[in-house]
Design a protein around this ligand. Structure first.
Ligand code: HEC
Ligand code: HEC
Length: 269
């Protein structure tokens, strides 16, 4: 065995491996922190320093520079916080007052909250859903040429009372009961590979997530229009994009099938 020292830069092998390691580390850092992030054309990735910060996971506000500039959403988002406790304690006078206010709504939503004009049914809809949607129309988080003007002048109490009234009405009768086995696969199973949970995990009668509307009996044209609007980003009032993430990943055929199923239009086919 030679008595030459191993860990010294005079040892050619040692020097080569150390320099080689340093070289690999530098090249990987350049690829990971500079080259890959620079391929993105978003605002946080412009400039080498920003790219490095974002690759390193530094929160945006740290390097946002002048005035802590953050990326502002281009649309109005909902400001409503929906909790399971929202509007659970309603009294008879709220329902009565809501019934009077609802005289303005019958033209489109039907005399007892059942629409015959492809407007959504409101009878038996969760009070928290009606309340949230009215606020969203009023504040511009949800836009519709006929509904937005209807909501502008409602007071908070008006909206609470209207919600209480409509929630107290009986839901559409399940006159043509569609058996669960007829549910299209997108409704009953969702699409796990596309991150779509079965609709009933949020919209179901038993398993209902606060803020998810009751869908059964909604006119197919309405359901289809809403799913399409979520998918193409014209409806953006869903909290945390829950529905946009579902609808974006649905195919047009699945949207059609889900709309028909919830409208109970599948019987006899
Ligand atoms: C001129 C027709 C018209 C009138 C009057 C009207 N609405 Fe609407 N409403 C609609 C339409 C159409 C929609 C669906 C909007 C869309 O496609 O985004 C809607 C949607 C809604 C929704 C959302 C339902 C859901 O499932 O998301 C609520 C809540 C609502 N209306 C409540 C009311 C109330 C309360 C009144 C009376 C103060 C009223 N509307 C008056 C046509 C009308
Ligand atoms: C993770 C929970 C979740 C899942 C899964 C889900 N939804 Fe939703 N959906 C919501 C929420 C929450 C809203 C209410 C959004 C808002 O605040 O306006 C909504 C709204 C909707 C609306 C608009 C209804 C109206 O009256 O405004 C339709 C239609 C709808 N969902 C259909 C579906 C269908 C069909 C599926 C299954 C393919 C599905 N959703 C799966 C949570 C969910």
């Amino acid at each position: 065995m030679s008595d030459e020292r191993l860990f010294t830069f005079r040892n050619r092998w040692f020097a080569t491996s150390v320099l080689g390691m340093i070289g690999i580390a530098v090249v990987s850092a350049l690829i990971g922190f500079v080259w890959l992030p620079s391929v993105h054309r978003d605002e946080p990735f412009t400039g080498v320093w920003n790219a490095i910060c974002s690759a390193a996971g530094v929160p945006r506000s740290w390097y946002a520079g002048e005035g802590g500039k953050t990326v502002e959403p281009t649309v109005t988002l909902t400001g409503v916080e929906v909790t399971p406790q929202l509007l659970v304690n309603v009294n008879a006078s709220a329902v009565g007052r809501g019934a009077t206010l609802a005289l303005r709504c019958t033209m489109c939503h039907g005399e007892r909250g059942m629409s015959e004009a492809n407007s959504p049914n409101l009878a038996g809809q969760y009070a928290s859903v009606i309340y949230k949607q009215l606020i969203d129309f009023q504040k511009g988080a949800r836009n519709n040429a006929v509904m937005s003007p209807m909501a502008v002048n409602l007071s908070d109490q008006d909206m609470r009372d209207l919600a209480a009234y409509y929630a107290s009405l009986p839901r559409p009768p399940a006159q043509r009961k569609v058996s669960a086995s007829l549910a299209p696969s997108i409704v009953s199973h969702g699409a796990p590979m596309r991150n779509i949970a079965p609709c009933a995990t949020c919209h179901g009668g038993i398993d209902s997530k606060a803020g998810s509307p009751w869908l059964d009996g909604l006119p197919a044209a309405y359901t289809k229009a809403q799913l399409t609007a979520f998918a193409n980003g014209t409806r953006t009032n869903d909290i945390n994009e829950v529905m946009r993430n579902v609808a974006r990943n649905m195919t047009p055929d699945e949207i059609e099938a889900a709309a028909a199923y919830h409208a109970r239009e599948l019987d006899g086919h």
